[in-house]
Ligand binder design. Structure first.
Ligand SMILES: [Zn+2]
Length: 102
């Protein structure tokens, strides 16, 4: 699988993120940057983290301001990941770092 399939899925749920995917020793989204541990480079994980980039953009480049908002963002990103994995579970993607732009 290539990154285009991940981005096409996100577009289908109205998410066209602009962000950077960078290597890290943990996997998370923070302040506009997606950090991915190399062994976590899985398409469903990328959908989840890139969805957080869209949430951040839609909030005016703001992190969640409350525990409740954080939970809602986490829930919505998890739904996106689950929807994607229903079609693509087990698919692999090559380790991919760089700029994501719509
Ligand atoms: Zn998350």
């Amino acid at each position: 699988m290539c990154m285009d399939i991940v981005l096409a899925f996100l577009l289908s749920i109205h998410c066209a993120p602009t962000t950077v995917i960078t290597p890290s020793n943990a996997t998370f989204f923070l302040n506009g940057v997606v950090y991915v541990r190399p062994d976590m480079m899985k398409p469903g994980v990328l959908v989840h983290e890139l969805y957080h980039a869209c949430q951040y953009e839609k909030a005016g480049n703001q992190s969640a301001k409350s525990w409740g908002e954080w939970q809602q963002r986490e829930y919505d990103a998890k739904i996106a990941e689950i929807l994607f994995n229903e079609k693509h579970d087990g698919d692999e993607i090559e380790v991919w770092y760089g700029v994501v732009s719509d």
